[in-house]
Write a protein of this length. Structure first.
Length: 153
């Protein structure tokens, strides 16, 4: 598919079944407090002073809520008593990873500096050209959930 072009149709009718971006990301984690601290430090998020019941698991779980004050992205970190603390594995059925868009290729350089300063292991920036150009930086949260920062011009 080298050289393939992708055309994205503009949408003007908001009544169509469309999405406009990511509203929230809600992983179940093994240690809510440790994960909240990690996400606050890595993504510069603010913790909201509320908890949410884990929908349809109200008796055994809850979530703490973090917000990115710039984008408004919400991250709900879920605790559930049924979680045996095993590490995440994207090879099993479920989430493979989540990708966060960054504004420029230079933003990825800033993220490398930040992650290095926090001692967070990462892939280094990978510049990809085929089948389409993009650059990515991959790292993992404390539960081994793969997180990706991506610049796609």
């Amino acid at each position: 598919m080298a050289g393939a072009h992708v055309t994205v149709r503009g949408v003007s009718d908001t009544s169509e079944a469309t999405i406009t971006g990511i509203h929230h990301f809600s992983p179940t984690v093994s240690d809510v407090e440790a994960s909240a601290t990690w996400y606050e430090q890595v993504f510069s998020l603010m913790r909201l002073p509320i908890t949410f019941a884990h929908h349809e698991r109200e008796d055994t779980g809850y979530a703490v809520l973090l917000i990115d004050p710039v984008s408004g992205l919400l991250i709900g970190l879920h605790h559930n008593e049924g979680n045996e603390g095993e590490a995440f594995d994207e090879a099993r059925t479920g989430l493979d990873h989540i990708g966060f868009r960054v504004a420029t290729r230079e933003s990825l350089d800033a993220w490398v500096t930040k992650l290095d300063g926090l001692g967070v292991a990462h892939s280094g920036i990978r510049d990809i050209t085929d089948p389409m150009p993009f650059a990515t930086l991959v790292f993992r949260d404390p539960d081994n959930i793969q997180l990706e920062l991506i610049y796609a011009p």
